[in-house]
Design a protein around this ligand. Structure first.
Ligand SMILES: [Zn+2]
Length: 297
């Protein structure tokens, strides 16, 4: 049994700022709390952050090449041309503080507060009861599968495939939305962190961007499961597939067939559960798509 994994924030507590810089970060954080949001948001800085800037969204940053970037004091990987990425938690209400030390020695801090979303309650009936209240003999299997996914999500790879944005991976009627509170067969469950797209079994699923497959396996609750690493902690996940067409370690290209829609695992009917993560944080992939959703079949 491996030692319990530390979350990324825990394993990166190493202080890397000089004292003067640390004081500036602290000052920046205090100012953003004390002063109005407009002051913090309008502060001119030499870096930018773009995206939906709402709860559960991926944010992309750009700074002068050679900059060092931290999010709430946690160092972020930065590409050679100064690009970085982070997420806003699905229930996050406080500001995220981005601090950049420029190659010329100067620096800036700026806080970003995500806009709030309203999440619905969704009742799902007709699920196989063994997937809502799994029998004791599969508990160890479910725990092992959850740990495998958790550990894979901690990978901070140098790829930057996330930079070119994401396509919808399949056509389908949106039968489940991100963040809804789920009541499955009458039992309250964890919030639904993904987008459900209902389409017939066998409908192809395409990679929404370039990446490297980190997991491809058959899981008890998730069914035919694939996870793709798009670099810097950005992952997309595909659940309930009837068939998986890629293997762990394989590089995939945008548009490549990676699997077929199915109803395996905890599902009432054929659909793709499409999810996105930034490390341990659950994100809404539909907020990172660059084109309109394809029409249902
Ligand atoms: Zn789902």
């Amino acid at each position: 049994m491996p030692a319990p994994p530390l979350p990324p924030s825990g394993r990166r507590k190493r202080a890397w700022f000089p004292n003067k810089m640390r004081r500036r970060i602290f000052l920046g954080a205090s100012l953003s709390l004390a002063a109005s949001r407009v002051f913090a948001d309008d502060k001119p800085v030499r870096f930018s952050v773009t995206g939906a800037l709402t709860q559960g969204s991926l944010a992309m940053g750009s700074a002068p090449p050679g900059s060092v970037v931290a999010l709430d004091g946690r160092p972020l990987r930065v590409t050679a041309d100064g690009r970085f990425v982070f997420g806003f938690g699905p229930d996050q209400t406080k500001a995220s503080l981005v601090t950049v030390r420029y190659p010329d020695g100067g620096g800036d801090s700026k806080s970003f507060t995500p806009t709030l979303r309203h999440y619905e309650v969704q009742r799902i009936n007709g699920l196989p009861q063994k997937t809502v209240t799994p029998p004791p003999e599969v508990e160890a299997r479910i725990a092992h599968e959850a740990e495998t996914i958790y550990l894979a999500r901690l990978t901070d790879s140098a790829g930057s495939d996330f930079l070119s944005g994401f396509d919808w991976p399949a056509p389908g009627i949106e039968s489940g939305v991100f963040g809804s509170q789920r009541i499955d067969n009458g039992t309250p469950m964890a919030a639904h962190y993904g987008v459900d797209m209902a389409a017939p079994t066998g409908t192809p699923i395409h990679a929404p961007a370039d990446g490297v497959v980190s997991i491809s396996d058959d899981y008890y609750l998730d069914g035919g499961f694939t996870m793709i690493d798009h670099g810097q902690g950005v992952f997309t996940l595909y659940l309930h597939q009837s068939k998986r067409l890629v293997r762990a370690g394989e590089a995939v290209k945008r548009g490549q067939r990676i699997g077929l829609i199915g109803a395996t695992g905890r599902a009432t009917g054929p659909h793709l559960h499409w999810a996105m993560n930034w490390f341990e944080m659950r994100l809404d992939p539909s907020l990172s798509t660059k084109k309109p959703k394809p029409d249902p079949l």
